[in-house]
Design a protein around this ligand. Sequence first.
Ligand code: RFL
Ligand code: PHB
Length: 389
Amino acid sequence: MRTQVAIIGGGPAGLLLGQLLHRYGIDNVIFERKDRDYILARIRAGVLEQGTVGLLEQVGVAERLHHDGLIHHGIELAFNGARHRIDMTQATGKTVTVYGQTEVTRDLMDARIKAGLTTVYDAGDVSLHDFASGQPRVRYVKDGTTHEMACDFIAGCDGFHGVSRQSVKPDALKLFERVYPFGWLGLLSETPPVSPELIYNNHERGFALCSMRSAHRSRYYLQCKLDDHVDNWPDDKFWEELKRRLDQEAVDHLVTGPSIEKSIAPLRSFVAEPMRFGRLFLAGDAAHIVPPTGAKGLNLAASDVHYLSVALREFYADKSSAGIDDYSRRALSRVWKAERFSWWMTSMLHRFPGTDEFSSRIQIAELNYLIESDAAKMSLSENYVGLPY
Ligand code: RFL
Ligand code: PHB
């Protein structure tokens, strides 16, 4: 068995890469450890940059997104009991689209089936071989039998815990990491959003975020302890704590209801350099993680696979290695800017355990500066809507 590009991981990075390569006439196979339903049950990101929407349009999977996605022109920052709007469209001329990662993934999966492309779900013990040489191979177990696929390139799109990055010799990697001393407790409910735009709340009890998936489905997050557990958070307790962290107008408008999903995610900044090792490329969470405060994780996965697909097209169509030689530098340049923005948003909005009064005053000064200065608003806005590719 042989393909041009073997893609490890069928999350958003792997699926979008597969469609982009297909559009460029490059054959690819995806190897995914889990099954389709498991992947679709994961509730994750919700905000798409215009660049990400453009890529989904390019591969012809934006129909449902344009129908159901919510176009947002601004966000709100709440602190000291008051809310302040940042008009991102006024600052940048751009918008973001609220459309869940689950739906993006579903649309990409459907397009892949329609295009007749191969995805091996429930692929066990995936291992990567000889990617330093010109003859890479991927080995996996399916239904108790070991199979092997030869390929020209391997794309490691298998997330933070995947096998691809772990297949690289440790001394070839430089890792950068910051683990934050808190997590996010997320709740999804079939209730109308508290407000038409997202509200990022800085509060002395901890950060809170009001987000949404549609006009009748809301997504809320509370900063929680790193070792906390969802069992400690029955719905009533979640809603009570959320109300404590919101401004009065938001409390008055909040509609509560039973949770559909509840989960805790740790917050982490992480980068692995470089993102290419011979004929193996890393993309998405396999190479980097951002804390979700800047809504950048999924969007970075999209820009990585855009760079990678263009580089591979150049390799096959123009017989030039220039693109693949430059992939890591190009991707990392955008990644680090998103790392900086996500770290900055996280630092400004969360309560850090053991923090002193000085740090709290600095946070409030930073937020006041943001709402008073057009230059500061512009800086936040251009990062939030997405820096150019
Ligand atoms: P994914 O989505 O983790 O997909 C990787 C896929 O690879 C598979 N896999 C393997 N397959 C074969 N062999 C192996 N050995 C494998 N190991 C793993 C996995 O089953 C999976 O299907 O990475 P990808 O495609 O790079 O996409 C990145 C985004 O998913 C991610 O950046 C964002 O979801 C991050 N993120 C969030 N971002 C936001 O912008 N806003 C959010 O609210 C938000 N919430 C989150 C998140 C990430 C979370 N994780 C990773 C735990 C909440 C959570 C819980
Ligand atoms: C979400 O809706 O899940 C979401 C939105 C914005 C963020 C993080 C998560 O910054």
